[in-house]
Design a protein around this ligand. Structure first.
Ligand SMILES: C[C@H](O)[C@H](O)[C@H]1CNC2=NC(N)=NC(=O)C2=N1
Length: 96
């Protein structure tokens, strides 16, 4: 069973994720990505989808043309967990 991060664990994890914002209402993290055009944005989404399937951990997201907004939270834990932090790190790795 995956556990929701404690406040201290969350603070430490967020320290290492400077490009992500904490959404207190959802106990989630969010980041917006902007690409040159829709093709680039959709290629990124495809890569994220493959990561998500591999990890069995799926983002909430939206796409408008060249912009992709991602929210990560763990439904099974009722809030932010280590799985979200790992997924955020992996997603960041795609755009570094
Ligand atoms: C059965 C399956 O492992 C679960 O429903 C997985 C699927 N993907 C998931 N994704 C996210 N974001 N949170 C979850 O709790 C979750 N659970």
């Amino acid at each position: 069973m995956v556990e929701q991060l404690s406040e201290a664990e969350r603070a430490e994890a967020l320290d290492g994720l400077s490009d992500w914002d904490y959404d207190e209402a959802r106990d989630a993290i969010t980041r917006a990505f902007v690409f040159a055009d829709f093709s680039e944005a959709f290629a990124f989404m495809t890569r994220v989808a493959l990561l998500a399937e591999k990890a069995d951990h799926h983002p909430e997201w939206s796409n408008v043309y060249n912009r992709v907004e991602i929210l990560l939270t763990t439904h099974d834990a009722g809030g932010l967990s280590g799985r979200d932090i790992e997924m955020a790190d992996a997603i960041d790795g795609l755009v570094e």
